[in-house]
Write a protein that binds this ligand. Structure first.
Ligand SMILES: Cc1cc2nc3c(=O)[nH]c(=O)nc-3n(C[C@H](O)[C@H](O)[C@H](O)COP(=O)(O)O)c2cc1C
Length: 306
């Protein structure tokens, strides 16, 4: 495993509860971390830097040193007017891991490293992976086809293997993972950790509204459509919501930070929505994934070719 040794005893699954705009807040993050899963949330889910400060204090107060790390997500796009304020807060709160998305991680790496914080960057192409590594990130999150929210289009098998040829450090596979079988498969491929986003939307700890949670429970992967016309970048959304909000469409490529950061409720979900069958407490979701993961591992060992 390429993961830092100081995390080994604190993770009970090779899993990150992925950052989700409008979904991940203090309760979901703290529950994940208590359950041995790295808990992430986008800093912009706290409406102001002052609220972010409160959230970070509240989450830390809820956790013991044995809990899994929290991993705030910074949108590093040049149009993010809160970037410096949020970055300063993460440093002041001595965060262990920051996840960057939508843009180059380069400007935040040096200040975070100086504060002893690791930086993982999400990437959707090999070219972006190489650039992030050249900039000095500690780990990569590979966004692959079918991921909830902003997505990649690369095949996960090919993408993980291609990046592993170039990088032996921490790799996180994102997209389509909703149970212990898929989680084990991610490790078998060569990833150290996996992201699970969609699988945590329909939980009482999530910030998602009830109607969105109900739509996620009702949907299958056939009800997910990829479009670049809502946030300006390719993203997976529930078709039901897309059809009802056709008027909100923007041009592809026209990424609008204020749309993302403005807390607009977009019913996003990935292909893994097929694995969501009810509104279930996050601790129970984690316990189920853990059971499946161990059963899948035992079954695989029994059936593996000699
Ligand atoms: C509702 C929703 C909102 C998301 N918002 C963010 C975000 O703010 N920042 C980010 O880096 N990724 C965001 N994502 C992507 C997730 O972090 C992750 O890559 C994705 O959920 C993985 O695929 P899965 O949904 O199949 O597990 C979002 C995903 C969803 C479903």
């Amino acid at each position: 495993m390429a993961l830092p040794a100081d995390w080994a005893d604190r993770l009970t699954l090779p899993l990150i509860a992925a950052p989700m705009t409008g979904v991940s807040g203090p309760e979901l993050v703290a529950t994940a971390c208590r359950g041995g899963v790295i808990g992430s949330f986008p800093t912009h889910n706290a409406a102001t830097p002052e609220l972010l400060d409160e959230w970070l204090t509240r989450i830390a107060a809820d956790l013991t040193p044995e809990a899994a790390p929290i991993a705030p997500n910074l949108v590093v796009h040049r149009t993010n007017a809160r970037l410096t304020a949020d970055l300063d807060l993460l440093i002041a709160h001595r965060i262990e891991l920051v996840i960057t998305s939508v843009g180059s991680p380069a400007p935040v790496i040096e200040p975070l490293h100086r504060a002893g914080c690791r930086v993982f960057a999400d990437v959707a192409t090999l070219r972006h992976a190489e650039r992030a590594l050249a900039a000095g990130v500690d780990g990569l999150i590979l966004l692959t086809a079918g991921a909830g929210g902003q997505t990649g289009s690369a095949n996960p098998f090919a993408f993980v293997r291609a990046v592993r040829e170039r990088f032996s450090g921490p790799l996180v596979l994102a997209g389509g993972i909703s149970d212990g079988h898929a989680l084990l498969a991610a490790q078998a491929l060569g990833a150290d950790l996996a992201y699970m986003g969609t699988g945590f939307i329909a939980t009482p700890e999530s910030l998602a509204r009830e109607d969105y949670q109900a739509a996620v429970v009702a949907a299958t992967l056939d009800d997910v459509r990829e479009t670049a016309h809502i946030g300006g970048l390719p993203a997976n959304l529930l078709t039901e919501w897309l059809d009802a909000h056709a008027a909100q469409q923007v041009s592809a490529g026209d990424f609008q930070t204020e749309r993302l950061l403005g807390g607009q409720t977009v019913w996003s979900a990935g292909h893994s929505v097929s694995g969501v069958h009810g509104v279930i407490p996050a601790a129970e979701v984690i316990a189920r994934v853990r059971r499946e993961y161990h059963r899948a591992r035992a079954a695989l060992l029994e059936t593996a070719c000699k």
